[in-house]
Write a protein that binds this ligand. Structure first.
Ligand code: STX
Length: 318
């Protein structure tokens, strides 16, 4: 297994006012004159972390990370009592990316996204095709009903019946027929005694099942209450609204990306975003290289996944 690039600190960072009262945290690290790349984090609502700088050669890349609306160091945080997600949609995020690109004076950038980051990467690239030099996509997720049903309505309970009990626990028996909707009520309840345990249960389910093998540190980080409330609220809000695109739209419109060199990295045992979606996307983008990792789950720092991602970013930097 190859290691990530060394830890680095940003050479520049700030908050960008994107309107609607939203301030987006962004940072740039690596080589200021290098090839621009933007990293799109998961969730939605997951926020960035410093390890995400480390899948790019810092001598060759100008590495841009940002926290999407409502999470990470962006404000207002979706865990706040006054949080309002009306202006937090996929298309707001696509337009925020354009504002950030212009703010940084970047003509074209590589777009790197895993999981929800792959959904956002596809939506952005299908809207602003000329702005994307390459796509590196991992753990493909497009919010189709079949994907949401798999992970949030019981499919994956076939593999994790023990953890599934914890996901069901906050939901009243009579509301278990539609869990995303039941969770929407719980997560939007103003009483922290209601929304906090629900958010923690939601985040525990997701963070316990994204790695091939159990990773208690991951689970501890993602179930910290303020983190979990923002993460669960934002994810649930996006899923309640099907991403604000048509069912199947991101795969249907993948043919628009035929001129963008693309690598798709997918773990065979990814329980959160199973390979069916990466497969459908690869069929819709015959020019893309699909790397199916035989012994990996979902997370970007799973051993085989990391190797394949760095191989892709290295090859595009050359
Ligand atoms: N959500 C998948 C996703 O993007 C459906 C994701 N899952 N866990 C994460 O992201 C974190 C690693 C950010 C917790």
């Amino acid at each position: 297994m190859r290691d990530m690039y060394p830890e680095i600190e940003p050479y520049d960072a700030g908050h960008l006012d994107v309107g609607d009262g939203q301030q987006i945290y962004w940072e740039a690290s690596g080589n200021p004159n290098g090839k621009p790349v933007v990293f799109l984090h998961g969730g939605p609502g997951g926020g960035t972390n410093p390890n995400q700088r480390r899948v790019f050669d810092p001598a060759k890349y100008r590495i841009v990370l940002f926290d999407q609306r409502g999470c990470g160091k962006s404000t207002p945080h979706a865990s706040a009592p006054e949080a309002n997600l009306d202006t937090n949609t996929s298309w707001h995020l696509v337009s925020d990316m354009e504002k950030l690109r212009e703010h940084l004076g970047i003509e074209q950038w590589q777009v790197f996204g895993g999981s929800w980051g792959s959904s956002l990467a596809l939506a952005y690239a299908q809207t602003h095709t000329d702005r994307v030099s390459e796509l590196v996509l991992r753990g493909i997720f497009t919010l189709r009903q079949v994907e949401l049903d798999w992970f949030y309505e019981g499919g994956a309970s076939a593999v994790f019946p023990d953890l599934w009990e914890g996901f069901l626990a906050p939901v009243p028996e009579q509301e278990r027929g539609h869990l995303v909707r039941a969770y929407s009520k719980l997560l939007n309840n103003p009483d922290p005694a209601v929304h906090e345990p629900a958010a923690v249960a939601w985040s525990r389910w997701e963070s316990s099942t994204i790695t091939l093998l159990p990773n208690p540190d991951n689970v501890a980080r993602f179930t910290e209450p303020a983190y979990a409330v923002a993460f669960a609220r934002i994810e649930n809000h996006y899923f309640m609204n099907g991403g604000w695109w048509e069912e199947g739209q991101l795969i249907r419109d993948a043919s628009k990306l035929a001129d963008i060199p693309t690598v798709i990295v997918q773990g065979r045992y990814d329980m959160c975003t199973p390979p069916m979606t990466a497969w459908a996307l690869a069929e819709a983008m015959p020019h893309a290289e699909l790397k199916m990792i035989p012994d990996a789950g979902h997370a970007f720092d799973e051993p085989g996944i990391l190797d394949a991602l760095i191989e892709a970013t290295d090859s595009f930097a050359a």
